[in-house]
Design a protein around this ligand. Structure first.
Ligand SMILES: Nc1nc2c(ncn2[C@@H]2O[C@H](COP(=O)(O)OP(=O)(O)O)[C@@H](O)[C@H]2O)c(=O)[nH]1
Ligand SMILES: [Mg+2]
Length: 302
């Protein structure tokens, strides 16, 4: 009998380096929301890749940052527990923002925990489609000379370049073990979670400046109905009345647009039609409010 390989792989990096894009390309399905804005991912997203003799459980994490309010502290808690759970660590750098990993390795969490961990570490250089081969080689030599990484792998998550090699290296480093999830299970989160994430993604895409970062999306009702579309009611939580006005827009035009694009995307994800209802509520300073954050599902243990 061939042995099975099973284990957890955490994807760590600065905000916007392409962690969620990598998770999605590895899984061949869009699971984690992606935008051109940093701090898109707020919680830990688990993605399960099952193939014949192995199961790789990826943990996509919020970008590493120095927290300036409680929500960001909670986001960093997800990063920390994910590191604890991992069998293999992927550290990702973005060739444009931080090619030699200086900003990343200066983050206390990376310096003190991730780089000091005895677990196998892969250094992934992402977005190599944006630079020349010479530059790629220079960056590879830089990281190889540090002798802390099992492998240094240049990839382009958007172009699917070298993803197979990355996967092979991961499998080589993972422990033996039986599969932990059924082969057809892609994640541990439910449809509610993904629906709220899709709405949040559309808010990030459609609104500007600080507004999207002040939003949280709660699914209040999600019901299947006989001979009718599924009914979904979501609340968009903002911090100030002025933000509520922006989300709604003149005569409700902005929220109507949001509802349309979010519904299309939700239907694509769920592969069925839905009826989507959106409401906006103000919860002053929710991002710094321990109780509200708890209510919104930001808990340390998971
Ligand atoms: N050119 C290029 N852009 C990429 C690549 N991977 C990700 N991106 C872009 O980088 C941005 C951030 O990606 P995302 O996956 O949300 O980053 P995260 O914050 O680390 O999860 C998005 O606009 C992606 O389309 C890549 O390989 N090449
Ligand atoms: Mg992300």
């Amino acid at each position: 009998m061939t042995k099975n390989i099973t284990g957890f792989v955490v994807i760590l990096g600065l905000p916007n380096s392409g962690k969620s894009t990598l998770l999605n390309v590895l899984l061949g399905q869009k699971l984690s929301i992606i935008t051109s804005k940093p701090q898109t991912t707020r919680k830990r997203i688990l993605g399960i890749l099952s193939e014949e003799n192995h199961q790789i459980i990826f943990l996509d994490t919020p970008g590493i940052l120095t927290p300036s309010y409680l929500l960001q502290e909670k986001m960093m808690d997800y990063v920390k527990t994910s590191l604890d759970d991992a069998d293999v660590i992927i550290l990702m750098v973005d060739v444009q923002e931080d090619p030699f990993g200086e900003i990343l390795s200066n983050q206390v969490f990376v310096k003190e925990s991730a780089l000091k961990s005895k677990k196998p570490k892969l250094l992934v250089i992402n977005k190599v489609d944006l630079i020349t081969q010479d530059k790629v080689n220079e960056i590879i030599s830089h990281f190889e000379s540090k002798n802390i990484f099992q492998e240094v792998i240049p990839i382009s998550a958007t172009l699917n370049f070298n993803i197979l090699r990355l996967k092979e290296e991961i499998i080589r480093l993972l422990p033996e073990g039986s599969k932990l999830f059924p082969d057809d299970q892609l994640t541990d989160a439910d449809e509610r979670f993904f629906v709220s994430e899709i709405i949040r993604e559309k808010i990030l895409e459609l609104y500007r400046d600080e507004v999207p970062y002040s939003c949280e999306v709660l699914i209040i009702d999600f019901r299947e109905r006989v001979e009718k579309k599924d009914f979904i009611s979501a609340e968009i939580i903002v911090e100030r009345d002025s933000q509520k006005a922006i989300i709604i827009g003149k005569a409700g035009t902005a929220i109507k647009k949001l509802g349309q694009v979010a519904r299309n995307s939700i239907e694509e994800f769920l592969q069925r039609e839905v009826f989507l209802e959106l409401h906006v509520k103000v919860r002053k300073k929710w991002r710094s409010d321990e109780n509200l954050l708890k209510n919104f599902g930001y808990t340390k243990k998971d």
